[in-house]
Structures are given as C-alpha cells and as structure tokens.
Design a protein around this ligand. Structure first.
Ligand SMILES: [Zn+2]
Length: 323
C-alpha cells in the first residue's frame, strides 16, 4: 500500500483547496474553535489608577472590541467606584461598557474570597455588589445575569460550594466559569509600572512574553480539553481590566484567529454540554473548570506551561493589586 507523508498530504489538500473543493478546505484548515471573552475587576484591576487613566484605558479597550464585533461580559467590583472626587467618572467608565454594547456582571462588591470571608459575609458582598451595576443595566433595559467568583474561589468544601451556588441561582445568576487563563493580571501590574516610567522597551518585551505565554496556555488547554472532555468545548477566557489588554487586545484576538477561533457570547459558550459535566471540585485553590472536571474524574492535569519566573519576581516587588 502506498504510504503518503504528512507534508505531502498537506500539500495535496492545499492544492485541492485552491481548486475550491470545500471539504478539502475544511480538512486543511484549523478546527472550528470558539471562545467567549470575559474581563474582570472593573472599572480597573489596579487600585491606584486615577479615574482619568481608567477612562482612557476603557475607551481604548472597548473601541478595539467594538470595532472587531467581539462580544464581552465585564465583571464589576463596585467598591472600586468609591474614590473621593472620582465617583461620577468611575461610574461613567462602567456605563461606557453598556453604551458600547457590552454586558456587565457581578464580581462581588469588594472582591471577597468565598474561601476566606465565609459564606454569610460573601453573600452580603454579592448583594452589595449589585447596586450601581443593576441601575446602569436597567437604564439599558438589561438585567444582571452573570456572576464570577473572585480568585475563582468556589468554596473550600463541597457543602459551602453548593450553598453558594444555590444562593446565586436564587438571585437569578448564572455562574461564569473559565477555561482559558494566561494570568494577564501578573503581566499587567509589571506592564503598568513600565508604562508609568515610560519604559517602552520593557512594555514591548512584556507584551511579547504575554502573547507567547497565552499561545502556550491555549495549546495546553485545547489538549487538556480533548483529554478530559473528549472534545474542545466552547472555551471561556479570563482577562482583567488593565492597560496591557487595552494596548494589546488586538494582538490577542489575532492570536485566537490564528488558532482557528471565532468569538461567541458567554451565553452561547454556556450552552456547551461540557458546562454540565460532573464537577465536585472543592478546595483552597481557585482554578479553571478544565481542572475542576479533571479532578472530578480523579485525574491530575499535567504539563501546564510554566509562568515566566522573571515576571512573577517583578510582580512580587510591586505590592500588586488583587488578581
Ligand atoms: Zn477578580
């Protein structure tokens, strides 16, 4: 039997593709991948950024996302609104998300960890986190419908996890899980420091490293998906409101396109049956849902790309804001 090499087959498929054979094109092209984008810690992850800078950052970020028609849900910590003399502008920065056509969800008032503050205090923080955002949503004929756990802390024990989930469901929330996470918060703190100092060389280097690490994380997560879920589900990406994303989200979107992704809403992603897989994870560590499903199957995920040590070390020296 004739044995064809992989490069030879790829060349044949590419040639057939040119001849407009649709099936061959599909075979040659990358898989049809889908991702929903979510952005946490609004109006800005940094707790020291002035409102004027937040407005510039938000405008830049949202302009790119709107021009490229990317659906996004942003998650708010309303405590970040209350800086003396800046409250109106900060509320306006949130309002911009809705004016630009995006959606907002709740990320608790003060970024409270369910694993640290206890269930009752955490529930109060969820409720307190609704006031301004709900008003803004109502103004846009929308309702708050998504919740994202701060630090991805979903409960130390399964009983707390279930009680918290029942509480959220009773208040009308759908939990927003995540499956892709390249720790942009760690890069962003270092990037924003370089930007403040006007060090463009360091900014470029960090952006490059962030995109390369993201690519490695996406490849790993796609592989883990196949292993744990049996296919690549509609993925959900976790980002944060920071200048790294405002300046480089376009390149991140291009990276996704190169990997064969198109962009979908969070609601669309959640329709994937993967998000109903058995999930019995409970513990100290906040982690993504691919890990939840793997651990629920008694498997320990292996081979995740290592986060660049130099970035973590620099991040530690900066008295970082919360992730
Ligand atoms: Zn957060």
């Amino acid at each position: 039997m004739l044995k064809l090499s992989a490069p030879f087959l790829a060349a044949v498929l590419a040639a057939l593709c040119l001849l407009n054979s649709v099936n061959a094109c599909a075979a040659e092209n990358k898989p049809d991948r889908q991702v929903a984008i979510t952005i946490d810690d609004l109006p800005a992850a940094s707790n020291v950024m002035p409102a004027a800078t937040i407005t510039q950052m938000t405008t830049k970020l949202l302009t790119t996302l709107r021009d490229q028609k990317i659906p996004v849900v942003g998650f708010v910590n309303e405590k970040k609104l209350y800086k003396l003399g800046e409250v109106d502008e900060r509320i306006n920065d949130l309002k911009m998300w809705l004016d630009y056509g995006f959606e907002l969800g709740n990320h608790t008032y003060s970024h409270a960890s369910l694993n640290r503050v206890g269930l009752k205090a955490w529930e109060d923080d969820v409720i307190q986190g609704e006031s301004v955002t709900s008003l803004l949503l109502a103004d846009h004929k929308m309702k708050m419908r998504y919740f994202r756990h701060p630090y991805l802390h979903t409960g130390r024990d399964i009983q707390t996890r279930h009680e918290a989930e029942a509480f959220l469901a009773a208040r009308g929330y759908r939990i927003a899980p995540i499956t892709l996470d390249a720790w942009d918060w760690a890069y962003a703190a270092v990037y924003e420091d370089a930007k403040k100092r006007g060090d463009t060389g360091a900014q470029d280097e960090l952006a490059k490293s962030y995109l390369a690490y993201s690519d490695a994380v996406f490849a790993y997560s796609e592989q883990l998906s196949k292993q744990i879920v049996g296919y690549e589900p509609k993925q959900i990406l976790l980002l944060h409101g920071n200048q790294l994303e405002a300046d480089h989200i376009g390149e991140l979107l291009d990276l996704f396109r190169k990997r064969g992704y198109r962009f979908i809403t969070l609601g669309d992603a959640l329709d994937d049956p993967a998000y109903s897989l058995p999930d019995t994870y409970a513990g100290e560590d906040g982690t993504g849902w691919l890990d939840h499903w793997a651990l629920s199957q008694g498997k320990i995920p292996q081979g995740a790309p290592v986060f660049p040590q130099a970035v973590i070390e620099k991040w530690r020296t900066l008295a970082p804001t919360q992730p």
